[in-house]
Design a protein around this ligand. Structure first.
Ligand SMILES: Cc1ncc(COP(=O)(O)O)c(C=O)c1O
Length: 438
């Protein structure tokens, strides 16, 4: 039997036997091209991340310049490099309204989350409360692929093959208004899911719970947009019970919601925040875990000899990734991309609402915050997810890339998208709805 040499991530390899994968050859702005020269509007920003768009020479130049000077050196044991120092400074200035004081670098979102979980556990040990080690995640959450990140994640299919996962992890319900298990028939949200977090903490005993982790909007779970007050209520609960609040901003950070962070959009200050993806818009891999000053102070106050935090990646603080992130932040600031994302988000929202009223028999929900959106459709008689997959396929054939999550078409275009490009996306959605509704 011949087998593929390249084993693709989250890929059904058996289905690629005849055709092989779809090779993307080049990209510019909001578009990517396959090897046959066909152009696609990337309405998913790759994987929620090409925020400034593709092919920006400023980033390429910044990385090349840095590579000529210092391609890499260790950040372990007291070494550092200027780009990562400058990036830390820049990030902490940016994240001041979120209450962050220090940042730890890694390579991707999974590592940023893993770092946050390990910091949370050690934090309570450092404060003499070793029994405070449990973690609370949520159903439908995606936090990455490492065993800790997977343990707090809540997408069952992703977890099953790797069980048993970490012990001491509990899961709260997602704030999924369209599929509320508490009051499925009420149009007014009572935020029972937020109170459930409190119930879990009470049941476990607050003296045993280290941290709660949440994506401000659950992206890979199907762009689950919470009620406006949900995060504020859960933040208050965590504060009341002395449970650290980790905001996983891997998707929502760096402009996706029209603000620097999802936490700021929803008016909360977490204890820890995780970033990746949009921090470099994908030009190079980089993860970051930011912490509030009280966390770092607690670590520094430990009296042990040696590193206060026995954790680090070979490429922590990589100078090339740091240079890419700095140039990426420059572009976001200089081109006003936060404001632009908010404006384009308003425009997208209006178009989605008119689409959902046109297809009211098929579309059960169409919504977005900034440029993170969803169109949910009724499952077909063939089974859950079949109609969503068909719709995405139809759109691909019409030159638009989206990502189906079951029967939710998720949208996350580059922040530089324009109104005519949104119109093109909406036309493709409309045609696909027409095709799958028949
Ligand atoms: C919210 C969130 N956290 C963490 C991750 C993991 O990031 P990575 O794939 O870079 O490890 C993802 C990836 O999609 C994510 O969406």
């Amino acid at each position: 039997m011949s087998v593929a040499k390249r084993w693709g991530p989250y890929t059904q390899m058996s289905s690629l036997k005849e055709t092989g994968p779809m090779i993307i050859d080049r990209a510019q702005g909001v578009y990517v091209w396959d090897e046959a020269g066909r152009r696609y509007l990337d309405a998913h920003a790759g994987l929620w991340l090409a925020n400034i768009g593709y092919g920006r020479s400023e980033i390429i130049d910044a990385v090349a310049l840095q590579a000529q000077k210092l391609s890499w050196f260790s950040s372990f044991g007291g070494f550092s490099n200027r780009p990562s120092m400058a990036l830390a400074e820049r990030l902490i200035n940016l994240l001041e309204p979120d209450g962050m004081g220090s940042v730890f670098f890694s390579n991707d979102g999974s590592e940023a989350v893993e770092t946050a979980l390990k910091i949370s556990r050690q934090y309570w040990k450092a404060r003499g409360m070793a029994q405070k080690f449990k973690l609370i995640g949520r159903h439908h959450a995606y936090h990455g692929v490492t065993m800790g990140a997977l343990s707090v994640a809540g997408i069952t299919l992703n977890r099953q093959a790797f069980e048993p996962l970490l012990t001491g992890v509990r899961h709260a319900p997602a704030p999924y208004r369209q599929h509320c298990t508490f009051h499925p028939n009420d149009s007014i949200c009572s935020l029972a899911c937020a109170r459930e977090v409190e119930r879990i903490i009470q049941f476990e005993g607050s003296g045993t719970v280290a941290a709660f982790i949440a994506e401000p909007i659950q992206a890979a779970g199907g762009v689950i947009i919470p009620s406006r007050d949900y995060l504020r209520q859960v933040r208050d609960i965590c504060r009341r019970y002395d449970v650290l609040f980790i905001a996983d901003e891997v998707v929502t950070g760096f402009g996706r919601l029209g603000d620097w962070t999802g936490s700021r959009y929803y008016g909360i200050q977490p204890d820890l925040m995780t970033f990746a993806k949009g921090i470099t818009s994908g030009y190079l891999p980089l993860g970051a875990t930011a912490v509030a000053p009280h966390i770092m102070e607690t670590f520094i106050a430990q009296s042990q000899d040696g590193p206060e935090f026995r954790h680090g990646n070979t490429y922590s603080g990589h100078p090339l990734a740091s240079a890419a992130a700095l140039a990426n932040i420059d572009i976001i600031e200089n081109e006003g991309l936060l404001e632009h994302a908010a404006q384009m988000g308003d425009y997208l929202h209006r178009q989605l609402l008119s689409l959902s009223s046109q297809f009211s028999a098929l579309v059960t929900d169409a919504d977005c915050v900034g440029l993170l959106g969803r169109v949910e459709i009724i499952s077909s008689s063939e089974g859950a997810g079949k109609r969503g997959a068909k719709m995405a396929r139809h759109m691909l054939d019409n030159g638009v890339i989206v990502r189906p999550v079951g029967d939710v078409i998720t949208l996350s275009p580059p922040l530089i998208i324009t109104e005519p490009e949104i119109d093109f996306l909406i036309d493709a959605l409309r045609e696909a709805l027409q095709a799958v509704g028949d």
